[in-house]
Design a protein around this ligand. Sequence first.
Ligand SMILES: [Fe+2]
Ligand SMILES: [Fe+2]
Length: 317
Amino acid sequence: MEKNNLDSLDTIFQDKVDREIKIEPKDYMPDAYRKTLIRQISQHAHSEIVGQLPEANWVTRAPNLRRKAVLLAKIQDEAGHGLYLYSAVETLGADREDTIDDLHEGRAKYSSIFNYPTLTWADMGMVGWLVDGAAIMNQVPLCRCSYGPYARAMVRVCKEESFHQRQGFEIVTQLAQGTPVQKEMAQEALNRWWWPALMMFGPNDADSTHTAQSMKWKIKRHTNDELRQMFVDATVPQAELIGLKIPDNDLKFNEETGHYDFGEIDWDEFWQVVKGYGPCNTERVSARKKAKEDGLWVREAANVYAEKRARRNKKVS
Ligand SMILES: [Fe+2]
Ligand SMILES: [Fe+2]
Protein backbone atom coordinates (compact mmCIF):
# COMPACT_ATOMS: atom_id res chain seq x y z
CA MET A 1 0.00 0.00 0.00
CA GLU A 2 1.21 3.52 -0.77
CA LYS A 3 2.66 5.46 2.09
CA ASN A 4 0.06 8.28 1.91
CA ASN A 5 -2.76 5.76 2.09
CA LEU A 6 -1.17 4.04 5.04
CA ASP A 7 -0.71 7.36 6.82
CA SER A 8 -4.37 8.22 6.44
CA LEU A 9 -5.43 4.74 7.59
CA ASP A 10 -3.22 5.14 10.64
CA THR A 11 -4.87 8.49 11.36
CA ILE A 12 -8.37 7.01 11.08
CA PHE A 13 -7.29 4.12 13.32
CA GLN A 14 -5.89 6.42 16.03
CA ASP A 15 -8.97 8.61 15.80
CA LYS A 16 -11.20 5.57 16.47
CA VAL A 17 -9.03 4.60 19.42
CA ASP A 18 -9.19 8.15 20.79
CA ARG A 19 -12.99 8.10 20.52
CA GLU A 20 -13.15 4.76 22.40
CA ILE A 21 -14.44 2.84 19.36
CA LYS A 22 -13.32 -0.79 19.62
CA ILE A 23 -10.99 -2.18 16.97
CA GLU A 24 -12.37 -5.46 15.62
CA PRO A 25 -10.48 -8.32 13.88
CA LYS A 26 -11.33 -7.28 10.31
CA ASP A 27 -10.68 -3.55 10.84
CA TYR A 28 -7.51 -1.91 9.65
CA MET A 29 -4.81 -1.80 12.32
CA PRO A 30 -1.13 -0.84 12.12
CA ASP A 31 1.26 -3.79 11.97
CA ALA A 32 2.96 -2.77 15.20
CA TYR A 33 -0.42 -2.70 17.03
CA ARG A 34 -1.20 -6.21 15.77
CA LYS A 35 2.25 -7.50 16.76
CA THR A 36 2.04 -5.93 20.21
CA LEU A 37 -1.34 -7.54 20.81
CA ILE A 38 -0.21 -10.95 19.56
CA ARG A 39 2.77 -10.78 21.92
CA GLN A 40 0.77 -9.53 24.90
CA ILE A 41 -2.30 -11.76 24.54
CA SER A 42 -0.33 -14.94 23.79
CA GLN A 43 1.93 -14.31 26.78
CA HIS A 44 -1.17 -13.70 28.86
CA ALA A 45 -2.58 -17.04 27.62
CA HIS A 46 0.68 -18.82 28.49
CA SER A 47 0.55 -17.29 31.99
CA GLU A 48 -2.94 -18.68 32.57
CA ILE A 49 -1.88 -22.16 31.50
CA VAL A 50 1.53 -22.24 33.23
CA GLY A 51 -0.16 -20.69 36.27
CA GLN A 52 -2.09 -23.92 36.76
CA LEU A 53 1.11 -25.80 37.61
CA PRO A 54 2.06 -24.32 41.02
CA GLU A 55 -1.48 -24.94 42.29
CA ALA A 56 -1.78 -28.40 40.75
CA ASN A 57 1.03 -29.28 43.16
CA TRP A 58 -1.47 -29.11 46.06
CA VAL A 59 -4.64 -30.68 44.64
CA THR A 60 -3.87 -34.11 46.11
CA ARG A 61 -2.88 -32.60 49.46
CA ALA A 62 -5.70 -30.10 50.02
CA PRO A 63 -6.68 -30.31 53.71
CA ASN A 64 -10.30 -31.31 53.08
CA LEU A 65 -12.80 -32.12 50.35
CA ARG A 66 -14.24 -28.59 50.20
CA ARG A 67 -10.79 -27.06 49.73
CA LYS A 68 -9.97 -29.63 47.06
CA ALA A 69 -13.18 -28.98 45.12
CA VAL A 70 -12.63 -25.20 45.25
CA LEU A 71 -8.99 -25.46 44.23
CA LEU A 72 -9.85 -27.76 41.32
CA ALA A 73 -12.57 -25.38 40.13
CA LYS A 74 -10.15 -22.47 40.33
CA ILE A 75 -7.46 -24.29 38.35
CA GLN A 76 -10.06 -25.25 35.76
CA ASP A 77 -11.06 -21.58 35.43
CA GLU A 78 -7.43 -20.77 34.58
CA ALA A 79 -7.52 -23.34 31.76
CA GLY A 80 -10.64 -21.59 30.45
CA HIS A 81 -8.88 -18.20 30.59
CA GLY A 82 -6.02 -19.65 28.56
CA LEU A 83 -8.46 -20.96 25.95
CA TYR A 84 -10.32 -17.63 25.52
CA LEU A 85 -7.02 -15.86 25.17
CA TYR A 86 -5.55 -18.27 22.60
CA SER A 87 -8.77 -17.75 20.62
CA ALA A 88 -8.35 -13.97 20.91
CA VAL A 89 -4.80 -14.37 19.52
CA GLU A 90 -6.20 -16.30 16.56
CA THR A 91 -8.51 -13.38 15.69
CA LEU A 92 -5.31 -11.41 14.98
CA GLY A 93 -4.23 -13.95 12.36
CA ALA A 94 -1.67 -15.76 14.53
CA ASP A 95 -1.49 -19.52 14.63
CA ARG A 96 -2.20 -20.96 18.07
CA GLU A 97 0.32 -23.79 17.67
CA ASP A 98 3.05 -21.32 16.69
CA THR A 99 2.47 -19.29 19.83
CA ILE A 100 2.65 -22.46 21.94
CA ASP A 101 5.89 -23.46 20.19
CA ASP A 102 7.25 -20.01 21.06
CA LEU A 103 6.60 -20.79 24.72
CA HIS A 104 8.18 -24.22 24.51
CA GLU A 105 11.27 -22.95 22.66
CA GLY A 106 11.80 -20.09 25.12
CA ARG A 107 10.91 -17.30 22.65
CA ALA A 108 7.77 -16.25 24.57
CA LYS A 109 7.50 -15.33 28.22
CA TYR A 110 4.82 -15.85 30.83
CA SER A 111 4.32 -14.14 34.17
CA SER A 112 7.52 -14.55 36.20
CA ILE A 113 5.52 -15.26 39.39
CA PHE A 114 4.83 -18.83 38.27
CA ASN A 115 8.53 -19.67 38.46
CA TYR A 116 8.37 -19.72 42.25
CA PRO A 117 7.64 -23.00 44.08
CA THR A 118 4.55 -23.64 46.22
CA LEU A 119 6.04 -25.11 49.37
CA THR A 120 3.17 -25.22 51.88
CA TRP A 121 -0.64 -25.18 51.88
CA ALA A 122 -0.46 -21.51 52.89
CA ASP A 123 0.99 -20.85 49.43
CA MET A 124 -2.41 -21.73 47.95
CA GLY A 125 -3.82 -18.87 50.00
CA MET A 126 -1.04 -16.50 48.91
CA VAL A 127 -1.44 -17.38 45.24
CA GLY A 128 -5.15 -16.58 45.36
CA TRP A 129 -4.90 -13.50 47.57
CA LEU A 130 -1.76 -11.91 46.12
CA VAL A 131 -1.19 -13.39 42.66
CA ASP A 132 -4.82 -13.37 41.53
CA GLY A 133 -5.22 -10.06 43.39
CA ALA A 134 -2.38 -8.53 41.35
CA ALA A 135 -3.81 -10.09 38.19
CA ILE A 136 -7.14 -8.34 38.88
CA MET A 137 -5.41 -4.95 39.16
CA ASN A 138 -3.80 -5.59 35.78
CA GLN A 139 -6.83 -7.07 34.09
CA VAL A 140 -9.77 -4.90 35.15
CA PRO A 141 -8.45 -1.99 33.01
CA LEU A 142 -7.98 -4.47 30.13
CA CYS A 143 -11.80 -4.80 29.98
CA ARG A 144 -11.57 -1.34 28.32
CA CYS A 145 -8.71 -2.32 26.00
CA SER A 146 -9.11 -0.90 22.46
CA TYR A 147 -9.07 -4.38 20.88
CA GLY A 148 -12.61 -5.78 21.08
CA PRO A 149 -12.01 -9.54 21.44
CA TYR A 150 -9.39 -9.03 24.19
CA ALA A 151 -11.58 -6.56 26.08
CA ARG A 152 -14.63 -8.85 25.95
CA ALA A 153 -12.64 -11.93 27.05
CA MET A 154 -11.41 -9.94 30.06
CA VAL A 155 -14.93 -9.23 31.36
CA ARG A 156 -15.58 -12.86 32.21
CA VAL A 157 -11.99 -13.52 33.23
CA CYS A 158 -12.15 -10.71 35.79
CA LYS A 159 -15.36 -12.01 37.34
CA GLU A 160 -13.67 -15.37 37.89
CA GLU A 161 -10.45 -13.76 39.13
CA SER A 162 -12.32 -12.00 41.90
CA PHE A 163 -13.62 -15.38 43.08
CA HIS A 164 -10.02 -16.67 43.00
CA GLN A 165 -8.81 -13.75 45.07
CA ARG A 166 -11.49 -14.27 47.67
CA GLN A 167 -10.89 -18.02 47.95
CA GLY A 168 -7.18 -17.25 48.56
CA PHE A 169 -7.95 -14.63 51.16
CA GLU A 170 -10.28 -17.06 52.90
CA ILE A 171 -7.51 -19.66 53.16
CA VAL A 172 -5.05 -17.07 54.49
CA THR A 173 -7.59 -15.66 56.96
CA GLN A 174 -8.34 -19.08 58.41
CA LEU A 175 -4.66 -19.89 58.84
CA ALA A 176 -3.93 -16.46 60.34
CA GLN A 177 -6.70 -17.01 62.89
CA GLY A 178 -5.75 -20.62 63.55
CA THR A 179 -3.12 -22.19 65.83
CA PRO A 180 0.25 -20.43 66.31
CA VAL A 181 1.82 -22.94 63.90
CA GLN A 182 -0.82 -22.17 61.24
CA LYS A 183 -0.37 -18.42 61.70
CA GLU A 184 3.39 -18.85 61.36
CA MET A 185 2.84 -20.85 58.17
CA ALA A 186 0.76 -17.99 56.72
CA GLN A 187 3.36 -15.37 57.73
CA GLU A 188 6.21 -17.41 56.26
CA ALA A 189 4.33 -17.77 52.96
CA LEU A 190 3.57 -14.03 52.88
CA ASN A 191 7.28 -13.32 53.39
CA ARG A 192 8.10 -15.37 50.29
CA TRP A 193 5.27 -14.16 48.02
CA TRP A 194 5.01 -10.43 48.76
CA TRP A 195 7.94 -9.18 46.70
CA PRO A 196 7.42 -11.49 43.70
CA ALA A 197 3.76 -10.31 43.68
CA LEU A 198 4.92 -6.67 43.43
CA MET A 199 7.23 -7.69 40.57
CA MET A 200 4.18 -8.92 38.61
CA PHE A 201 3.50 -5.34 37.51
CA GLY A 202 6.77 -5.25 35.59
CA PRO A 203 9.68 -2.78 35.60
CA ASN A 204 9.38 0.76 36.97
CA ASP A 205 7.84 3.19 34.49
CA ALA A 206 11.22 4.76 33.71
CA ASP A 207 12.50 1.33 32.54
CA SER A 208 9.36 0.13 30.78
CA THR A 209 9.89 0.16 27.01
CA HIS A 210 6.34 -0.53 25.79
CA THR A 211 4.22 1.52 28.17
CA ALA A 212 3.95 4.88 26.32
CA GLN A 213 2.94 3.35 22.98
CA SER A 214 0.52 0.88 24.61
CA MET A 215 -1.18 3.74 26.46
CA LYS A 216 -1.54 5.76 23.26
CA TRP A 217 -3.19 2.73 21.63
CA LYS A 218 -5.34 2.27 24.76
CA ILE A 219 -4.20 -1.30 25.18
CA LYS A 220 -2.94 -0.20 28.57
CA ARG A 221 -4.78 2.34 30.75
CA HIS A 222 -2.38 2.70 33.69
CA THR A 223 1.39 2.53 34.01
CA ASN A 224 3.15 -0.31 35.85
CA ASP A 225 3.91 1.88 38.86
CA GLU A 226 0.33 3.17 39.09
CA LEU A 227 -1.01 -0.39 39.11
CA ARG A 228 1.57 -1.52 41.66
CA GLN A 229 0.59 1.36 43.95
CA MET A 230 -3.11 0.47 43.61
CA PHE A 231 -2.28 -3.11 44.59
CA VAL A 232 -0.23 -2.08 47.64
CA ASP A 233 -2.95 0.34 48.77
CA ALA A 234 -5.63 -2.33 48.49
CA THR A 235 -3.65 -5.19 50.04
CA VAL A 236 -1.92 -3.67 53.07
CA PRO A 237 -5.18 -3.04 55.00
CA GLN A 238 -6.22 -6.65 54.26
CA ALA A 239 -3.00 -7.94 55.83
CA GLU A 240 -3.54 -5.68 58.84
CA LEU A 241 -7.10 -6.92 59.21
CA ILE A 242 -5.96 -10.52 59.68
CA GLY A 243 -2.85 -9.68 61.71
CA LEU A 244 -0.11 -10.55 59.21
CA LYS A 245 2.97 -8.39 58.69
CA ILE A 246 4.00 -7.29 55.19
CA PRO A 247 7.75 -8.02 54.96
CA ASP A 248 8.84 -4.45 54.19
CA ASN A 249 10.31 -2.17 56.85
CA ASP A 250 9.92 0.88 54.59
CA LEU A 251 6.18 0.36 54.24
CA LYS A 252 4.35 3.35 55.70
CA PHE A 253 1.12 5.21 55.01
CA ASN A 254 1.87 8.66 53.63
CA GLU A 255 -0.71 11.16 54.92
CA GLU A 256 0.23 13.70 52.25
CA THR A 257 -0.20 11.46 49.21
CA GLY A 258 -2.90 9.23 50.69
CA HIS A 259 -0.91 6.19 49.53
CA TYR A 260 1.46 3.69 51.11
CA ASP A 261 5.18 4.31 50.51
CA PHE A 262 7.07 1.06 50.11
CA GLY A 263 10.62 -0.27 49.76
CA GLU A 264 12.69 -0.93 46.66
CA ILE A 265 12.07 -4.12 44.69
CA ASP A 266 15.06 -6.40 44.09
CA TRP A 267 15.25 -5.87 40.33
CA ASP A 268 18.21 -8.23 39.95
CA GLU A 269 16.01 -11.05 41.19
CA PHE A 270 13.23 -9.94 38.81
CA TRP A 271 15.50 -9.98 35.73
CA GLN A 272 17.09 -13.29 36.74
CA VAL A 273 13.65 -14.92 36.84
CA VAL A 274 12.51 -13.21 33.61
CA LYS A 275 15.66 -14.43 31.85
CA GLY A 276 14.91 -18.02 32.81
CA TYR A 277 16.99 -18.50 35.96
CA GLY A 278 14.18 -18.53 38.55
CA PRO A 279 13.69 -21.49 40.90
CA CYS A 280 11.20 -23.33 38.64
CA ASN A 281 11.61 -22.00 35.05
CA THR A 282 12.96 -25.27 33.62
CA GLU A 283 10.42 -27.38 35.49
CA ARG A 284 7.46 -25.31 34.24
CA VAL A 285 8.42 -25.36 30.57
CA SER A 286 9.24 -29.10 30.68
CA ALA A 287 5.83 -29.79 32.23
CA ARG A 288 4.15 -27.93 29.35
CA LYS A 289 6.21 -29.77 26.72
CA LYS A 290 5.41 -33.12 28.31
CA ALA A 291 1.69 -32.25 28.38
CA LYS A 292 1.82 -31.49 24.67
CA GLU A 293 3.54 -34.81 23.90
CA ASP A 294 1.25 -36.81 26.19
CA GLY A 295 -1.84 -35.25 24.59
CA LEU A 296 -0.78 -35.98 21.02
CA TRP A 297 -2.92 -39.14 20.76
CA VAL A 298 -5.99 -37.21 21.94
CA ARG A 299 -5.51 -34.51 19.32
CA GLU A 300 -4.93 -37.10 16.60
CA ALA A 301 -8.03 -39.07 17.58
CA ALA A 302 -10.13 -35.88 17.71
CA ASN A 303 -8.92 -34.86 14.25
CA VAL A 304 -9.70 -38.28 12.74
CA TYR A 305 -13.16 -38.20 14.36
CA ALA A 306 -13.82 -34.69 13.03
CA GLU A 307 -12.82 -35.77 9.51
CA LYS A 308 -15.05 -38.86 9.73
CA ARG A 309 -18.02 -36.77 10.82
CA ALA A 310 -17.43 -34.25 8.04
CA ARG A 311 -17.36 -37.08 5.46
CA ARG A 312 -20.54 -38.60 6.88
CA ASN A 313 -22.35 -35.22 6.87
CA LYS A 314 -21.35 -34.70 3.24
CA LYS A 315 -22.87 -38.04 2.23
CA VAL A 316 -26.15 -37.21 3.97
CA SER A 317 -26.55 -33.76 2.39
FE1 LIG B 1 -6.81 -16.47 35.27
FE1 LIG C 1 -6.99 -16.66 38.63
